[in-house]
Design a protein around this ligand. Structure first.
Ligand code: BTN
Length: 265
């Protein structure tokens, strides 16, 4: 695969696309290189920054993933962005903001890129069974930072693992990063408003409709090293995965790594 042209993000274009559609994002910054956009906005949150901030980086040198993993992408080949929120709902619901972000991204990819994505618990976005986007939500005092890493123009050779894909590899009809970012942020602002007004129910229901996990045999690795195998039978209102190991004693999983074991029956 040839390396595609990777023009820098134009923050004026992004701001103008966004301002046409959403008034929620009050400050949008683009940096060339940083450690991690999540870490930067977490620091801003500690210093009292208000909700509605967006930070995009062309390159991250210590991008963070879930479960202490790293997130890596060549410069300008992906969308690496974080947003700062100050939710008023109880803290125990904040984890579902990752689900709301995944739902917003699925919709943006379908409508802007013509790509049909599916969602893997808790908030990975898959195309053709491979991960195109990862989402990391972290609480910071009274704020939540939600970060998304989307593989846009990575070639097959540049993908970090065989289980990853990119919009380029998936044949997306556009790789325009400003357009994709604006579509995602517009939809996420709307999801967040609904979340604040009605709780996580609507986002959880949309996640279920586009889920690639539900109904499948899955293997769950817990952070403490324990493993669980069973059928993913649902998610609860707090976004936790319900797994039936086969003996009817359904277990509720709040955090862990999930592998889809077999194609859906
Ligand atoms: C995962 O799937 O493990 C989550 C990956 C999240 C990566 C994004 S890239 C932008 C933001 N900044 C980070 O350091 N991480 C998130």
């Amino acid at each position: 695969m040839d390396t595609p042209t990777r023009k820098p993000l134009d923050r004026h274009v992004l701001r103008s696309l966004l301002s046409e559609k959403s008034d929620f994002w009050t400050r949008v910054d683009v940096v060339g290189v940083t450690g991690s956009t999540n870490a930067d906005l977490a620091e801003a949150a500690r210093l009292g920054a208000e909700e509605g901030r967006v930070l995009l980086a062309e390159e991250q040198v210590s991008g963070r993933g879930r479960l202490d993993r790293r997130w890596e992408s060549p410069a300008r080949a992906g969308l690496m962005l974080s947003v700062l929120l100050r939710p008023t709902l109880p803290r125990e619901l904040w984890g579902t903001l990752g689900i709301a972000a995944a739902v917003a991204l699925e919709s943006a990819l379908r409508e802007v890129c013509g790509v049909q994505a599916k969602l893997k618990w808790p908030n990975d976005v898959l195309v053709d069974g491979k991960k195109v986007c990862g989402i990391l939500a972290q609480a910071e005092g009274g704020a939540v930072v939600v970060g998304a890493g989307l593989n846009v123009s990575l070639t097959a050779e540049e993908l970090p693992v065989p289980e990853a894909t990119s919009l380029l590899a998936a044949g997306a009809r556009t790789l325009d990063r400003e357009e994709i970012a604006a579509a995602f942020l517009t939809r996420f602002a709307a999801e967040y408003r609904t979340w604040q007004e009605q709780g996580p129910g609507p986002a959880v229901a949309r996640w279920e409709r586009n889920s690639d996990t539900l109904g499948r045999e899955v293997a769950v690795s817990f952070p403490n090293g324990r493993n669980l195998t069973g059928r993913a039978v649902g998610i609860d209102a707090d976004g936790r995965l319900r797994v039936d190991p086969g003996d009817g004693a359904v277990e509720t999983v709040a955090a862990g790594d999930v592998v889809h074991l077999r194609p859906r029956a």
